[in-house]
Design a protein around this ligand. Structure first.
Ligand SMILES: Cc1cc2nc3c(=O)[nH]c(=O)nc-3n(C[C@H](O)[C@H](O)[C@H](O)COP(=O)(O)O)c2cc1C
Length: 327
């Protein structure tokens, strides 16, 4: 099942993080990782005045899946065409987000209770675009958490013709638990993903949830799954992506030159100032400091420079801390 657009290693969609800017940074570190946008609601694509920002797709080598949130087949039909025109490689339907706002809009994880509607949505996306349509879901919701429920759901939606499913390997709890809790509290059940692959061997299943390092990801690939999807690990340290092309795609290891990546990323930022907030432009890069012990002082200095719009100073500051071997 491997091809140029292999999904062996995917970076999970993360609202507020997997922006076009983050994807640009990721592409400097790994050209093979399969990338995602943040989830964007179908209604925003149709009605927002900022459509061009929502649909921004920068020119990078990596394939990029556009993640859509919605459950109105007509809305989805309209968005499918627009997404395809913007050069994305895939449209991914979100059937995993447990937030209250998303539930109110009748999409995300609550759709796991509406398999007929999910099938209709996937058919609508498929009929109105020629790019691949996929789905990202959970194992179940609330009391609907048995393997039999999950299998029935998957069996039903596979009638839509899709052949690739990303699974966050825990259920969602729709009442009384916020999205952060829903990413940690319901137990991970990787065995459901292995079983579903056994039951539907012709479908591509990508496992997501709780992968904390690349050797764990590599070990998971020894089971029957078709790929891994990693979220928070990449968010807190995008620089691990420099090992992905060699570890997961058999390419020659290229040592990452932090200075060069910084230089490339800052030229990108300078070209894009005015198109987005400085904070959104910088946040993929500065997120590495959230994981470093004793980095409070560094973070304070970074924030000061962001506030005073001193981009050149900030760039030099990163070279300095690299010289002092802090990163
Ligand atoms: C800040 C943040 C935002 C997220 N936004 C989305 C999103 O827009 N769409 C989605 O399907 N999942 C979203 N997720 C869930 C991730 O895609 C992933 O399923 C989850 O974090 C589990 O993977 P991990 O343990 O590797 O982080 C988000 C996660 C985080 C941490």
């Amino acid at each position: 099942m491997n091809n140029v657009f292999s999904r062996t290693f995917c970076v999970a969609p993360m609202m507020g993080y997997t922006t076009p800017h983050a994807r640009y940074l990721y592409s400097l570190l790994s050209t093979r990782s399969y990338l995602f946008t943040e989830m964007i609601a179908a209604k925003s694509i149709i009605y927002s005045k900022n459509k061009s920002i929502l649909l921004k797709n920068i020119n990078i080598k990596n394939p990029v899946a556009f993640q859509i949130g919605g459950s109105d087949p007509e809305d989805l039909a309209r968005t499918a065409e627009i997404i395809q025109k913007n050069g994305f490689s895939e449209i991914n339907l979100n059937v995993g987000c447990p937030s209250k706002a998303v539930q109110k809009g009748r999409f995300g994880a609550c759709l796991m209770k509406e398999k007929n509607l999910v099938k209709k949505c996937l058919i609508s996306l498929n009929t109105n675009s020629s790019i691949k349509v996929t789905m990202k879901c959970r194992l179940g919701v609330d009391e609907f958490d048995s393997y039999e429920f999950f299998k029935e759901f998957i069996e039903h939606i596979l009638d839509s013709g899709i052949d690739t499913i990303y699974i966050h390997a825990r259920k969602a709890i729709l009442k009384g638990l916020n999205p952060k809790g829903n990413r940690n509290i319901p137990p991970l059940k990787y065995e459901y993903v292995n079983r579903i692959k056994e039951d539907f061997p012709d479908t591509r299943f990508i496992l997501n949830g709780g992968i904390n390092n690349l050797s764990q990801a590599k070990n998971l690939m020894l089971s029957n799954i078709d790929g891994v999807m990693v979220g928070r690990l990449v968010k807190s340290n995008p620089f691990i992506l420099n090992q992905v092309d060699s570890l997961f795609y058999g390419e020659k290891y290229r040592d990452t030159n932090f200075m060069q990546i910084t230089k490339n990323y800052f030229s990108y930022i300078k070209e894009n100032i005015g198109c987005d907030s400085i904070y959104r432009l910088l946040s993929p890069f500065i997120s590495i400091f959230f994981g470093i012990p004793n980095s409070r002082n560094i973070k304070i200095q970074i924030h000061k420079k962001i506030k005073s719009n001193s981009i050149d100073e900030l760039e030099n500051f990163f070279y300095e801390i690299n010289n002092k071997s802090i990163i």
